[in-house]
Design a protein around this ligand. Sequence first.
Ligand code: AMP
Length: 282
Amino acid sequence: MPIFQTRQQLSEHLALQRDASQSIGLVPTMGALHDGHLALVKKCLAENDTVVVSIFVNPTQFNNAEDLEKYPRGLESDLKLLDTVSSEIVVFAPTVEAIYGDRPKSQEYEFDGLDKVMEGAFRPGHFNGVGTIVELLLRAVAPHRAYFGEKDFQQLQIIRKLAELQEIPVEIIGCPIEREPNGLAMSSRNQRLTDSTRKASGIIHDCLQTAKTKFGTESAKDIADWVKRTFDKVESFDLEYFEIVDELTLTPSQNNLINLKYRAFIAVYADEVRLIDNLRLN
Ligand code: AMP
C-alpha cells in the first residue's frame, strides 16, 4: 500500500495516475478508522480508479486542547484495516509540521452563516480549521470526487460551500451514516465510551427517530422540549443542543414549509465524550 508523508511525494505519485487519465477520489479522515470510514472508502473505490485516503488529526479544528490530546490515534491498525479493503489505496499520512510548518493556523472563511449555528456555535473556530485542511487536501490531491459522511452533515454542507467559494473543481459526495446495532452513529470517539455507556448511547438515535415521528404533528419547539426532558432524566448524558433546521441553509424550521427538507441535529456529552448525530425528518 503506497503511503506518503509529504505533499510533494503524494503529488508526484498522483501525477503519474493523472497522466494515465485515471479518475481520482479522496476520502479525508482523522484516522482511528471504523466501518463508517470504510463505507466511504468502498464507495470511493467503486467510483474511481485511484483512491486516496488521508489520515491526519487536524489540530486547527479542535477548539479544546484536551479533546485534541485524547483523540484516538493508531496508524498501524488503520493501515491494516484499509488493507482488508484494498492494497491499492494511496494513503496520505502527513505530520502536523508537513502540513502547517511550526505554527498551525486556520484560514478565515465566510460560509454564509452555515458555520454560525450548532457545531459552529459550540466549537468556535472549528469550521475555519476544517475548511483550511480540506482546502489544502483538495488542492494537494486535486481529486475528481471527494467523499464525506452525513454523520457530520453541517461539515458536508460547509465543504460544498467551500468548494464553490474557492472555485475548487471537485464533486463533493455525501454518504449515509453507518450505525452500530443499537443505532449509535459510528465514530472514532465511541472507543472512549465504556461498554455500558456505549450501550446506553442508543438513546441518541432513538430520540431522533421519535422526533421524526412527532415532526409534522408537533411544533419544532415542543419536540425540542421533549428531547430536553428526555435527557434531563438520564444522569450520564448531557444534552448540548437539539435543533430542527432546513438542511440547505441550516436555519430553524418555520413550521414545516413544504418543499424544504428538514433535519434534526443533536450533540450530547455521554460521560464526557461528545457525540453528534442527525436524521432527515421529511
Ligand atoms: P473523521 O475521521 O471523524 O473526521 O471522519 C472522516 C469522514 O468519515 C467524515 O467525512 C465523516 O463524516 C465520515 N464518517 C465518520 N463517521 C461516519 C459514520 N458513522 N457514517 C458515515 N460517515 C462517517
